[in-house]
Design a protein around this ligand. Structure first.
Ligand code: SAM
Length: 278
């Protein structure tokens, strides 16, 4: 296998979700960069992949030092496969600094696509998929959580957060306050036996979790903010008022700039108003 860095997605629940190409790559790689070697070795055993390899542990806090070690290995001819405990590396998982350093060093990098919890959750949610914002993990402190929600409150995109079962009730309580009655969804245990995706308002989801203890890995999603409807403007009346005090050119310019209107359309209407055709 060509020396370089191979970003390899691993399953988020169902072992069979790993691609044959990913398995071949993990088998062939000389070095495995992982988050927790115990978790990765367990996965390798289940997949029948030899453990006779070098395992390098990569955390957010040691990524810079480890990146140099990995680049040196690649430059000495080794192939390095990067995995996280589950799912796609780099997505709320370590790896970004490593990739940045590898790019700067000019080594070969490729990615083997696969499971990513946020994408599967969005697919299940029934929420709009045309535009979405992945926000990552939600802070555990009340203020941090509320500030994060407020920051994205008006965004016209489905919001996607990673969450854990013990925190979901606090998250839904804050979401009720900030997002009100907007549609939300909680996708849990994706690709596992108890996979489910619940949807409703925050109040409805809270009622569910009051009677069903929250369990498992979760993705929390919120429907996009409704587009704020601009107040209807009566361009003709505004033009008449403006033309009483300003030239046609100035009246058109002011209206176009103030209301973001189409210049040609306003100009044509202004001519008609001025000529008494309106
Ligand atoms: N990089 C991984 C990915 O994108 O698939 C995610 C890693 S992040 C440390 C772990 C979080 O992903 C969990 O707390 C949960 O929010 C979400 N997650 C992972 N597996 C999941 C699953 N099977 N069902 C629902 N959410 C999951």
């Amino acid at each position: 296998m060509k020396n370089g860095l191979y970003i390899v997605a691993t399953p988020i629940g169902n072992l069979s979700d790993i691609s044959p190409r990913a398995v071949e790559t993990l088998k062939a790689a000389d070095v495995i960069a992982c988050e927790d070697s115990r978790v990765t070795k367990k996965l390798f055993s289940l997949l029948g992949i030899s453990l006779q390899k070098t395992f390098i542990v990569l955390h957010d806090h040691n990524e810079n030092e480890q990146a140099q070690k990995i680049i040196d290995l690649i430059q000495s001819g080794k192939s390095v496969a990067q995995v996280s405990d589950a799912g796609s590396p780099l997505i709320s998982d370590p790896g970004y600094k490593l990739i940045k350093s590898c790019r700067e060093a000019g080594v070969y990098i490729t990615t083997l696509p696969g499971c990513c919890a946020l994408i599967s959750a969005l697919q299940l949610s029934g929420l709009p998929t045309n535009r979405f914002m992945f926000v990552g993990f939600i802070p555990n402190k009340d203020k941090g959580r509320a500030d994060l929600f407020k920051k994205y409150q008006k965004l016209d995109s489905t919001l996607i957060f990673y969450e854990t079962a013990p925190r979901i009730v606090k998250t839904l309580t804050a979401a009720a306050e900030i997002f009100g009655t907007r549609e939300m969804a909680v996708a849990r245990e994706i690709s596992k036996v108890y996979e489910e995706c619940l949807s409703g308002t925050a109040e409805e989801l809270l009622a569910h979790f009051n009677t069903n203890e929250p369990k498992g890995e979760m993705v929390f999603m919120v429907a996009p903010a409704e587009e704020e409807t601009l107040p209807e403007i009566d361009v003709e009346t505004l033009l008449k008022e403006k033309l009483a005090a300003a030239s046609l050119k100035t009246a058109v310019k002011e209206l176009v700039e103030t209301y973001g209107l189409n210049k040609n359309e306003v100009y044509e209407l202004a001519l008609k108003v001025k000529n008494g055709q309106k």
